[in-house]
Design a protein around this ligand. Structure first.
Ligand code: PEP
Ligand code: MG
Length: 579
């Protein structure tokens, strides 16, 4: 067997050695297989059943989208989707293909979608041409149904030893890994701070993205070594290489074990500067890892993950239970829950009827913009959050704020939710703190309303870098341009930390930079005293804090603030790390 290596971007550290399991993804790589003649009727029935289920789902979404007055701006769109689905072009033609080609229903549907898309593209009428997207959306809904529950990911063949290899995975796909225990995963595409990578990191297994063609070059069941720190994948390693990596794996496990001793140690620098180390979580189940690694609070609960991988949307009660679980589990320590940040790479199926196809989703109706445009969804979440605030120390964090007006609208929405709970006599923490994420350069450049109107701030460096450098964080083609050490990024961060600190406003960093050990001293030197990161990173960062001396870093940090290039910043950061 030929041995070869692939390079990508390591997004989650550690070493895994295991057998490959290739993933066929719903919309990207639909499986094509022949079925026996005897099963053709059953396959047609399977397709018809999926169409019926989606038709019912659209119907209930339409009813749910109606307001008390029976009107909704989305109802017409959902009606169009129902009509598209009822059209024989979509609901009947694939049946013929199944019968004639003796192929699986997914494949027949994919073929038909291709035909329909081509027909739409040739239409002269611009309005009709636009409807192509709707046809694709409806088709994909049926495809997902066909692929069945709980989703397209196969079960691991051997726990801890299965390396999943896919062309691409969405954040919603990866979140399913939490309950499935894969040893590692690889994707052809993706950027280092895409949400897919972030969820991978939170699983604490090695992951490499942007391998370009791993999915094509690697075969099912092949033995691979995944080095998540170096971003290297070795396929069919020889014995010597295997032995070397097994040794490294043991060393890493020992190091992790040693770090556990720091769990309840206070985080402070050599010169006595106290630092808060909080955890980022995606689901209530992550709480155990946060506590296990000594988190003294939750700095970011990405609540939008409650909206993914499900039909419909989580009700107020369901959200309340999830938030209350985390608040109660943290025993009075602060829990920062971010209002949902959907849009861009995190799309909830339950919102498919509401989502528009945006040309630039990262610049579109994402995060708080979407919440303000959908006040009823926002109110549901705010009421659930406030109800949960009665059971612990809640801090509400709002993503993607850019302006004073958005802050006002958000605070008004919170006041409205409070008033409705008051009316019903439901208890909540009237003094619940409300904070804003600093992730758009505008928020740093004109920080005044953030300081005047909010209780705390948290810098989302993942987006701050993306929007400062105009580099899509999930696009591997521009991954080399995504640079936390670009002087513009460093200066914005420095400005945000200094301005907030001077104004006496608590400020944290909850983007990936906070969990990157080579940047801990830089952030400390810039004045940061509050970090939030994946639970698995907490103890290593604590160790770094314990071995750092803020006073000794001052002159190098002053030079970093003025450095003219990323290279210069990088060499000065190396100096900091060598102190
Ligand atoms: C960020 O942008 O840095 C952040 C923490 O939010 P998210 O990664 O979920 O966009
Ligand atoms: Mg963000």
């Amino acid at each position: 067997m030929v041995s070869f290596a692939l390079n990508g971007v390591g997004v989650s550290g550690g070493i895994a050695i295991g057998r490959v399991q290739l993933v066929s993804h719903a919309t990207l790589e639909v499986a094509h297989y022949t079925i026996p003649v005897a099963r053709v009727d059953a396959e047609i029935a399977r397709f018809a059943h999926a169409v019926d289920e989606v038709q019912r789902e659209l119907e209930s979404l339409r009813t749910g989208a109606m307001g008390a007055d029976g009107a909704s701006e989305f109802a017409p769109l959902l009606r169009v989707h129902s009509m598209i689905l009822a059209d024989p072009g979509l609901s009947e033609a694939p049946k013929k293909t199944i019968a004639e080609q003796r192929c699986n229903a997914e494949w027949a549907l994919t073929l038909q979608l291709g035909v329909l898309v081509e027909q739409f593209e040739q239409m002269d009428d611009a309005y009709l041409r636009e409807r192509k997207q709707d046809v694709v959306q409806v088709g994909e809904r049926v495809l997902k149904r066909l692929l069945g529950k709980p989703g397209p990911l196969p079960a691991p063949v051997a726990e801890e030893q299965t390396v999943l290899v896919a062309h691409d995975l969405s954040p919603a796909d990866v979140i399913q890994f939490k309950s499935r225990h894969y040893g590692a995963f690889l994707t052809d595409i993706g950027g280092a701070t895409s949400h897919t990578a972030i969820v991978a990191r939170s699983l604490n297994v090695p992951a490499v993205v942007a391998t370009h063609n791993a999915r094509q070059l690697i075969r099912d069941s092949e033995l691979v070594i995944v080095d998540g720190d170096a971003g290297v994948v070795i396929v069919n390693p020889d014995r010597a290489v295997l032995a070397e990596y097994r040794l490294k794996q043991t060393e890493l496990a020992l190091e992790r074990q040693k770090l556990k001793r720091l769990r309840s140690k206070k985080a402070e620098t050599i010169d006595g500067v106290a630092v808060e180390l909080y955890a980022n979580i995606e689901l209530p189940d992550d709480l155990a890892a946060a506590l296990d690694n000594g988190a003294t609070g939750i700095g970011l609960f990405r609540s939008e993950f409650l909206f993914l991988n499900r039909d419909g949307l989580p009700s107020e009660d369901e959200q309340f239970e999830a938030y209350r679980t985390v608040l109660a589990g943290m025993n009075g320590q602060p829990v920062t829950i971010r209002t949902f940040d959907l849009g861009a790479d995190k799309q909830a199926e339950g919102l498919a009827g509401l989502a528009r196809v945006a040309a630039n989703p990262a610049l579109g109706l994402r995060a708080v913009r979407f919440c303000l445009a959908e006040p009823r969804l926002f109110q549901t979440q705010l009421r659930a959050l406030l109800r949960a605030s009665h059971y612990g120390k809640l801090r509400i964090l709002v993503p993607m704020l850019a302006s004073s007006a958005e802050i006002d609208q958000t605070l008004a929405a919170i006041a409205e939710a409070k008033a409705s709970l008051d009316d019903q006599g439901v208890p909540f923490d009237a003094a619940v703190e409300v904070g804003g994420m600093i992730e758009i350069p505008a928020a740093v450049i004109a920080m005044d309303p953030f300081l005047a109107k909010l209780d705390f701030l948290s810098v989302g460096t993942n987006d701050l870098i993306q929007y400062t450098l105009a580099v899509d964080r999930s696009d591997e083609a521009v991954a080399h341009l995504y640079d936390p050490l670009h002087p513009a990024v460093v200066r914005l961060l420095a400005q945000a930390i200094t301005t907030a600190t001077k104004a006496g406003k608590p400020i944290a960093v909850c983007g990936e930079m906070a969990g990157e050990i080579t940047l801990t001293r830089l952030l400390l030197g810039l004045g940061l005293r509050h970090f939030s990161m994946h639970p698995a990173e907490l103890l290593a960062i604590k160790q770094r804090v314990l071995t750092s001396e803020v006073a000794a870093m001052k002159s190098i940090v002053d030079r970093i603030r003025r450095a003219p290039s990323a290279d210069r910043v990088a060499s000065l950061v190396d100096k900091l790390n060598a102190l």
